[in-house]
Design a protein around this ligand. Structure first.
Ligand SMILES: Cc1cc2nc3c(=O)[nH]c(=O)nc-3n(C[C@H](O)[C@H](O)[C@H](O)COP(=O)(O)O)c2cc1C
Length: 249
């Protein structure tokens, strides 16, 4: 339904056309103007491909407030087919903050080049044989290395490893050699690097890759491992959780 305002007395009339005569001041239809309703636009959401920060606005931000990268590292989040309506999805996403995760540096190797990235998605999935899975964005260089080499390493972070999260999680191996100047061992079975400042290192050979559209879910057989903190594989230091990292970064 359209709305018309009398320019003489501000009376508002609702209808397809203005009234023949204003019921308040008696002005004719030529004294009425159409009231334009403000257009409702749904704000766009942009995801930082480096640290996963979400920005809401018409355009991506000049600089990511979390990791500092520029607008070129942001991608538009579009509703994907099969997803819940945006409001419902946001409400359920908030519930998922109650799920706890650890933090890891996932590494791989390609033609002797090493790379790694921060991830909160590694978990053990079976015990006989021992298997682990990790879910990585397709845009990450590490994901591409794993897809090609079929191997990945997992360095399990402790509560003091904040610097490693920043180093491996806020920049890409496309721009910097992330293992230069790092202390690491080279895995006996896979050749993947494991960081010595972490709690332990696990080596995996990929058995299955599941294509999830935006991400690959890698399922790997655990083929070797090393504990770093006290020599017996069981660290005295506590593992870092995703929630602890966000509360203390
Ligand atoms: C705390 C934290 C957790 C992250 N978890 C994931 C994850 O589980 N999956 C993912 O694809 N990216 C994750 N990221 C983002 C990648 O670490 C980041 O995009 C990285 O720069 C990719 O590096 P690469 O291109 O050298 O592989 C995380 C980043 C941070 C800071």
């Amino acid at each position: 339904m359209k709305k018309w305002r009398c320019i003489i007395c501000n009376y508002v009339h609702e209808g397809e056309t203005p009234p023949e005569k204003c019921p308040v001041c008696g002005a004719g239809p030529d004294k009425f103007e159409l009231i334009e309703e403000p257009k409702v636009t749904t704000p766009k959401k942009w995801r930082c491909t480096v640290c996963n920060y979400i920005h809401v606005g018409a355009t991506p931000p000049e600089k990511c407030p979390v990791c500092g990268v520029g607008p070129d590292k942001f991608v538009l989040l579009e509703e994907s087919p099969g997803d819940l309506p945006a409001k419902e999805r946001d409400a359920i996403q908030a519930l998922l903050f109650n799920v706890s995760y650890g933090l890891y540096i996932i590494s791989s190797i390609k033609d002797e080049k090493l790379n790694g990235m921060a991830s909160n998605t590694f978990i053990q999935v079976t015990d006989r044989p021992l298997r682990g899975s990790v879910c990585l964005g397709k845009g990450a260089l590490t994901a591409q290395y794993i897809k090609e080499s079929g191997v990945f390493g997992v360095s399990v972070l402790g509560k003091n490893n904040h610097d490693l999260v920043k180093h491996f999680g806020y920049q890409s191996g496309r721009d910097v050699d992330k293992f230069k100047d790092m202390n690491y061992v080279t895995g006996d079975k896979t050749g993947c690097p494991g960081l010595l400042e972490t709690l332990c290192f696990i080596e995996c050979e990929v058995e299955q890759v599941i294509d999830l559209g935006t991400h690959y879910l890698f399922i790997g057989k655990i083929v070797d491992g090393d504990g770093f903190s006290d020599g017996d594989g069981f660290s005295k230091e506590e593992p870092m959780t995703y929630a602890y990292y966000h509360a203390t970064r």
